[in-house]
Design a protein. Sequence first.
Length: 93
Amino acid sequence: MPDEAEVIRMYETITIEEAQARLAELIGRLNPGEEVVITEDDQPVAKLTRQPAGQWPCQPGSAKNTPHWMAPDFNAPLGDFKEYMESTTPYKR
C-alpha cells in the first residue's frame, strides 16, 4: 500500500484542508516540475509547484587566487595503516 505522499503524486490533487495541514511536507516532497492541484469543494483553486534549482553558486576558477591551508604532514602515511604498509610487499611480476 503506498504512503500518503505517493497517493498525492499519483492523483496530483489534494483538498485545501489537507494542504493546510501538511504544507511543509508537501513542499519538501515535491520535485522541480511536479505540481499538486489544490481543490476546494471539488474545484481546483491553486497549483503548488517547486521552483527549479537555481544556478550553482560556485563558478569555475573562482578560488584561483584564494590561499588554501594544507597540513604539513598531508602526504605522510596514516598511523592506522602502518602495520599493513610494513607487512605488504610491492607487486612483482
